[in-house]
Ligand binder design. Structure first.
Ligand code: SER
Length: 628
């Protein structure tokens, strides 16, 4: 079955269950400036989940195009894509757990034909603080459903993911996890929810690729939520019945269902193939790239995956009226297109690149998304124009970069590439990585300065010039330095691994930290980061350091490093550890100094607080935080 057929089958199936099929929302959210892109199926439906009446009734289904710009750096492996379709169905106060789980199971096994033996499910373990019960109801429904296929659905409590790593599968089929895995709201876990946010326990379905062996780097044992690649989540049923208040939860006016499942992933599972780029919506793009380059996918997977993903995203952005620019959505689009061209350049594809690839992409979607039909010329035009602008200077820019070999790359160099050759800063930084060059610590600041000068503004960047790292060695400096490490780790936990340090500066009054992240952090994300840091301060982590060969520190130990540091052969690696639990929270290459244990940060009844989050330059955010 092709992915296109699976999409149609899903919509048809839910039509037979009296659902109205609603059109997808645009990739750029309308009347909602809190996010740059629509990144899940439920996002456009928030008002209705809160109780407003939907014009099409209380049973809805669709296939929502989604974009997650934060995943750009992860594209290249076998499952990450920035653009994807989320199959969704919703009950607005109509059916609930039994129908939802039964229908999704039936769709997967009887309609798509997925082997039920390969399916594993998870349910919410409950939360004592807020008196939210364990979702035994869903577990019992799953047990009965598996029994209809003669599978014994043994139920197992795992609790947290970490706990899963210690306990493993235990012959289970149905697993309970806590709110870090089985609670859905837009803000992360239960504790991160702002007042007024709807959410609820969820139940996820995982597909097992039994030919993939567990990788112990991800924990001693494998379990459905393990990241080793053996299990892939293919659908999530959220039982949205709660509303967060200031200090508790109340029930929403309705018990809602919010289901979302990745079309590409379901298609990959149906083929028992762990590479989503092999499915019918992506493989033809790869075929075209093989044809144009004369190279094989097998030996050029990363480049071909990046091009296929990025151009697919760019086509839909163009269809949704985004044009490449230096701001917001347009900047992300520019970055996607230029990155695709850069990778195509590596494959030696120059002539006929965009037109050919874009028309293949359009042909894959044109029957199901009629808006592409009326706009196909415009889409090609928008992308081709951007290609033309960038191609003219790409070679020169790369030559310019090649000339810099052996030299320490400065912010001015990055600015010149940006200004003269149109390289998005992230692309230059990637090139620098790729070429194994060294870049000055303060490149971002110097880049900003060059930009400022060029704009001919009277205000210069001289004020508060960035010195990098510690401004002094007093106890308060050390505390802020330690807080910086905690916050760096927390930012990666909350926002993702694309967060890379671009600069750090500490005074007696505050810490300042620059890092890569494509959009403004939400209030919830900020609270989550603060909570993690304060929790680790309370846990009184013990801080110590050892010296290691640089390669070992980065490649084997996985220590974080501030991007652009010029490391010698041997580096100092600081660890922050919870001695009671034997858990390592942070491991970072750093010169020090730090305090000896984190609880001193709360001396005088102080708490860690983020007082400012702002843009520092394109793709780089800046945080100022205090202990107060
Ligand atoms: N909102 C849920 C998700 O995105 C289900 O649609 O996973």
């Amino acid at each position: 079955m092709t992915a296109q057929e699976i999409r149609q089958l899903y919509l048809d199936y839910f039509k037979t269950k009296q659902h109205a099929i609603i059109p997808r929302a645009l990739l750029v959210p309308q009347n909602d400036s809190s996010t740059l892109f629509t990144s899940s199926g439920m996002q456009p439906l928030i008002p209705y989940l809160l109780g407003e009446k939907h014009p099409f009734g209380n049973r809805l289904a669709d296939s929502q195009t989604c974009l997650r710009a934060q995943d750009i750096p992860d594209v290249g492996d076998n499952r990450h894509t920035t653009f994807f379709e989320m199959l969704g169905n919703w009950s607005l106060g109509d059916y609930f757990k039994k129908d939802q789980l039964t229908w999704f199971f039936e769709f997967l096994t009887d309609k798509v034909g997925i082997d039920p033996q390969k399916l594993y499910v998870t349910c919410f373990i409950g939360n004592k603080t807020y008196d939210i019960p364990k979702d035994t109801e869903s577990a019992e429904i799953w047990q009965k459903l598996f029994m209809t296929k003669n599978i014994v659905g043994k139920t197992v409590d795992i609790g947290s993911e970490e706990n899963g790593g210690l306990k493993g599968m235990q012959n289970g089929r149905i697993f309970y996890y806590d709110d870090s895995k089985n609670w859905w709201c837009r803000a992360g876990g239960i504790n991160a929810m702002p007042s007024g946010e709807p959410g609820g326990p969820d139940s996820e379905v995982f597909y097992e690729f039994d030919f993939i062996k567990h990788d112990s780097r991800f924990g001693k044992f494998c379990h459905p939520n393990c990241d080793c690649g053996r299990f892939m989540e293919i659908g999530n049923s959220v039982f949205m019945e709660y509303l967060r208040t200031e200090d508790n939860f109340i029930k929403l006016p309705n018990k809602n269902v919010d289901f979302g499942g990745g079309l590409e992933r379901i298609a990959a599972a149906s083929l028992n193939i762990s590479d989503v780029f092999e499915i019918s919506l992506l493989r033809p793009i790869i075929d075209e790239l093989e044809k144009l380059s004369g190279l094989k996918y097998q030996s050029h997977q990363e480049s071909m995956r990046v091009i296929a993903d990025h151009l697919r995203a760019a086509v839909f952005l163009a269809a949704d009226a985004v044009v490449p620019s230096n701001k917001t959505q347009g900047y992300v689009m520019r970055r996607l297109i230029r990155r695709a061209i850069r990778f195509a350049f590596d494959l030696g594809i120059e002539v006929g690149f965009l037109e050919n690839v874009v028309s293949i992409i359009i042909s894959l979607y044109i029957d199901d998304f009629p808006e592409l039909k009326s706009q196909d010329k415009l889409i090609v035009d928008v992308l081709a124009r951007e290609e033309k602008i960038f191609r003219q200077t790409l070679k020169k820019g790369l030559n310019q970069l090649n000339k810099l070999t052996g030299k320490l790359i400065t912010g001015q160099d990055v600015f010149k590439l940006y200004d003269t050759y149109g390289f998005p800063t992230e692309l230059s930084v990637e090139e620098v990585y790729r070429l194994d060059y060294q870049i000055e610590d303060d490149w971002q600041i110097n880049f900003d300065k060059a930009m400022q000068l060029q704009r001919n503004r009277s205000r210069t960047a001289g004020k508060g010039v960035f010195k990098g790292g510690l401004g002094g060695n007093t106890e308060i400096h050390k505390k802020y330095h330690t807080a910086t490490h905690l916050m760096y780790r927390a930012l990666r936990q909350v926002l993702g691994d694309h967060v890379v340090q671009h600069g750090s500066n500490i005074t007696e009054d505050r810490l300042r930290f620059d890092f890569s992240h494509p959009q403004k952090m939400t209030a919830e994300e900020i609270t989550q980061v603060e909570d993690i840091v304060n929790k680790q301060i309370n846990n009184d982590l013990v801080i110590s350091f050892d010296e290691y060969p640089t390669k070992k520190a980065i490649n084997e130990l996985g220590a974080l490093g501030a991007f652009g540091d010029r490391y010698g052969e041997i580096v100092k690696v600081y660890s922050m550890q919870d001695k009671n639990k034997g858990q390592l929270f942070s491991l970072e290459i750093c010169g020090g100094p730090h305090v000896e244990h984190t609880a001193v940060l709360k001396e005088g009844n102080k708490k860690f607080k983020i007082i400012k989050e702002e843009s520092s330059s394109a793709g780089i955010r800046r945080i100022k935080a205090v202990l107060i």
